[in-house]
Design a protein around this ligand. Structure first.
Ligand SMILES: Cc1cc2nc3c(=O)[nH]c(=O)nc-3n(C[C@H](O)[C@H](O)[C@H](O)COP(=O)(O)OP(=O)(O)OC[C@H]3O[C@@H](n4cnc5c(N)ncnc54)[C@H](O)[C@@H]3O)c2cc1C
Length: 380
């Protein structure tokens, strides 16, 4: 018999994340939605309360969670503010290549500084001409003595302006192209790292994105993760893990939109009765509730599947990411509709959820790209 109930320690973990989200994130979410700034005050408190870098082993100062438990926490962030939630989780995205490929000495060095500074990190894959087409990355890092000389241009990089470390994908040998793609940990304060002004955007405004240019940046050879040429694999293995997190964030957004619109609709009287007395409304709510449940089930299955060490986990994390983020978009849009004019105002939060949901369909690979990943997986 399959058991869908959470253990005592998982319930405590959910309660801890929920409490943090309500107590620390909720009071400031509107401020950051307006300003679009990096929520440093929340990041520092997350370090103080042991909620940062969830999947880094405890001996290196992380929480030591597996991706299932990390997803439980991320749902709680998504339910309160996906923007600030992604600011917290984007550091873990940048650290996931470290989890996959860093040696103990590298982990000790990099995590030592990150924990001391209570800092952020950024995952630097996308380029102006390499979005969905990751293999077209043109940044390059050419070995010269005990350094790699890094040149290139990255785009849409979450946390860039706040980062202590940049996890950068670049070709080590332009003649071998994508086959030489390698992954480097680059301290953001090295000479030649240029962070461009913050991008303005529709939703998840409690997170920041910048372009980055690298001009002859001298990266020590000890900062190469794994071996030269392993970058593409590291990047894809990263998404096998982290797309489950985007799915969980999406479930959180959708759950919050459902709860908000359900409570509102039960109390809104029109034609002498709550609007939920109309099947036109109650059936919408029924479908929203069903989709939230299904999205969570897919997310849990993908996380569970990964942790079982079964073959081809990327197929399931892609399913979870696209399904849950599509659900978040549908449910938040329906929540605005259920709430009529109130839904469209900024007073109830569902318009923010709708703006926030849209991004989950785009980053970490668009939902079209997820379908490509899934079709390749099932056709193998
Ligand atoms: C707010 C934000 C934060 C981000 N954070 C990061 C980050 O921290 N680090 C990072 O490296 N990147 C980050 N990204 C980049 C993000 O992952 C890319 O935007 C995304 O992968 C899509 O690439 P693109 O924008 O270049 O779109 P394009 O690749 O130009 O795609 C345009 C359209 O074509 C479709 N398309 C493209 N190729 C195919 C295909 N083969 N089949 C079907 N449809 C296709 C896409 O689905 C999309 O609809 C972020 C982006 C945003 C907007």
């Amino acid at each position: 018999m399959i058991d869908f109930s959470l253990s005592k320690s998982q319930l405590e973990l959910v309660a801890k994340y929920k409490d943090f989200a309500e107590r620390v994130i909720k009071p400031v979410r509107e401020k950051y939605d307006i300003s679009g700034e990096f929520p440093w005050e929340v990041i520092k408190k997350a370090y103080d309360e042991g909620l940062m870098n969830s999947q880094i082993a405890k001996e290196y100062g992380g929480e030591g969670l597996d991706i299932f438990d990390a997803a439980l926490g991320t749902e709680e962030f998504g339910a309160v503010c996906a923007g600030i939630g992604i600011s917290l989780d984007a550091t873990m995205l940048a650290l996931t290549p470290w989890v996959i490929s860093a040696n103990p000495d590298q982990l000790k060095r990099f995590m030592g500084r990150l924990n001391e500074e209570k800092g952020a990190a950024a995952y630097c894959l996308t380029e102006p001409n390499a979005g969905s087409d990751v293999a077209n990355i043109k940044s390059n890092a050419i070995k010269k003595g005990d350094k790699y000389i890094l040149n290139g241009h990255k785009r849409f990089i979450t946390n860039a302006e706040a980062a202590t470390y940049l996890t950068v994908f670049a070709q080590a040998d332009p003649e071998r192209g994508a086959r030489s793609l390698s992954c480097f940990v680059v301290p953001a304060d090295l000479p030649g790292v240029e962070i461009l002004p913050r991008l303005d955007k529709m939703g998840q405004r409690g997170s920041v994105q910048n372009e980055i240019k690298f001009h002859d940046v001298e990266v020590p050879v000890e900062n190469l993760l794994g071996r030269e040429g392993e970058g593409f694999l590291i990047g894809m293995k990263t998404f096998d893990r982290t797309r489950t997190g985007i799915a969980a964030l999406s479930v959180g957004i959708a759950r919050a939109a459902l709860e908000t619109s359900l409570n509102w609709a039960k109390n809104r009287i029109q034609f002498g009765a709550p609007v939920t007395a109309n099947q036109g409304v109650s059936f919408m709510l029924a479908e929203m509730a069903t989709k939230v449940e299904l999205a969570r089930l897919m997310t849990w299955k993908a996380a569970w599947y990964y942790e079982q060490g079964l073959k081809n986990p990327g197929t399931y994390s892609a399913m979870a990411k696209y399904y849950a983020s599509d659900v978040a978009m549908q449910v938040t849009t329906d929540a605005v509709q259920v709430m009529g004019g109130d839904g469209y105002t900024r007073s109830f939060g569902v318009e923010k959820m709708m703006r926030d949901a849209k991004l989950c369909q785009i980053y970490e690979g668009t939902n079209q790209v997820q379908r490509l990943v899934i079709s390749k997986g099932i056709l193998k």
